[in-house]
Design a protein around this ligand. Sequence first.
Ligand code: AGP
Length: 610
Amino acid sequence: MCGVIGYVGSKSCARLIFDGLKRLEYRGYDSAGIAVLDHGKIELVKAEGKLVHLEPRLEELPLKATMGMGHTRWATHGAPTARNAHPHLHGDLVIIHNGIIENYRELKEQLMKSGVEFKSDTDTEVVLHQLHAELERTKDLKAAIMETVKHLRGAYALGIMYAREPGQMYVVKQGSPVVLGAGDGENFFGSDALALLPHTNRAVFLMDGEFARLKADSIEVWDFAGKSVRRDPAVLNWSASSADKQGYKHYMLKEIHEQPAVMSSILSRLVDLKENTFVDKETGIDALDLGRIKNVAIVACGTAHYAGQIGRYMIEEFTRLPANVELASEFRYRNPCIDASTLVIAVSQSGETADTLACVKHAVERGCQVMSICNVRFSSIPRASHAVLYMEAGPEVGVASTKAFTAMVLSFYVLSLAIGEKLKTVAARRLEKSFDSMRHLPALVDRAVNAAGVIEEIAHKLYEAQNMLFIGRGPSFPVATEGALKLKEISYIHAEGYAGGELKHGPIALVDRHMPVVSIAPRDNQYEKMISNIEEVRARQGRIIGVGDIEDERFRSICEHYIPCPQIGDDHLQSILSVIPLQLLAYYVADMRGTDVDQPRNLAKSVTVE
Ligand code: AGP
């Protein structure tokens, strides 16, 4: 999960590339580097750690250079040191890479036997030397690329410059994301469109098994066999400003506060709240053969997996189809019982998560119908699916997913109802009630987001905790696991989410007067049982932090701290409201602990390696 960017045109490119890397830093921030080609010479600067450490070295690069590329790294092979930082240079060739070369060891041994001396521990340097060897044989970089890829196994997005071929650079795509930006008299490439937005919103999406040659005034595309491919630019509807912090201290806080608008935006596209109808071309169900579906498998990772857990309740209630939720990294290795009667729903904010993409490809091979719920248009997962529901939540830059989670849950709600309506498995009265709840949702989300004050106060009492439990029942159980993930991934406090009814089967042994237990108990059909579970914790001196109805004095009276949460009267949609206090709690605790909220240690926003 690294960030790559390149430029060829007429502008001084060092600072332009650096600024592009800043937009990609959320993809990995262990080390960074930039290479430019100027008057037949490659100049290179690198630095360990975040981009802030590279910035002072920009002045070492020739200002006149109008062609170059940059890389910000999330280490896979080789420690996060300057030695292993990209770009990697050998002779007149320089390369940057996002992905993993799975057979790099055998290639490295062969190259070392032929006398190659390696300067780094990376798999990327293996590609560089393989390419150099092919170039020696073919004397032509395009031919050398086509020969090199025959040796590679794994995932790679490569940027390549050759000092003897000034004015042009190559981009190679196999399994890792990279998009080309078509400008006026200048062209770009980047790991995602976000980095290119300040310069162009015209994107050219390479497919796996394709490579491109970029010059200032042209983009040529071939497949790995050398056959020319036509790829017309698509116009992106994101604005550069939508990807900035807009005055918030962190992207995560901005994205939490964007949720009311995101809910409204999703509803305005997917449903007609005046006519109480669904927009099938936006929900994607017009691309499905609904009559063929006998079961549903939801595949996703991390936060998207927890959204899928909530989606499962909706799918089963509204469509009466049995639904499983699977960890994408596990799913295809257990030879799952899926076939042409299965609908696989792949959920992914980035659309590039390697584990989830691999599931999609596996499901397509098994004859399943595949739908994706995704936030990034033209990304790999929707492109590999038969149908797609785009969340259109806008760019999510904070590594900790917030607005994408609630957007996924709402998307599942609409999708399940739309399918249920077609299959006639949802009563008219239930449909009508659901449309009414959807009409009220954005305003209630706005109220939840604006309760931040009381949550910040509670965070002051909790930020030194070593451990924390989150509990809930029904759809509040995945909410609890999502709340635990938010806390642990940005504050580094160990946290776990459990079903409220599960505590007494072991985890309650963890409870003592030092253990905060965030307890989610909306007024739903499991409220009484959940209050009993909370009393069990209280009987063991657990510190109860309640999340519930503002008027629920009974619940409030048994809590050390109480976070009032708007109630919508729909158990499924309630999960969107209940998660918001947990997002805010995690944010304030992490900020008080001084961690890097937007770029937590060891993480990256999009995990494009398996
Ligand atoms: C969530 O806060 C994490 N950043 C992570 O679990 C993320 O949800 C997961 O990697 C899946 O990403 P995706 O939605 O882009 O596929």
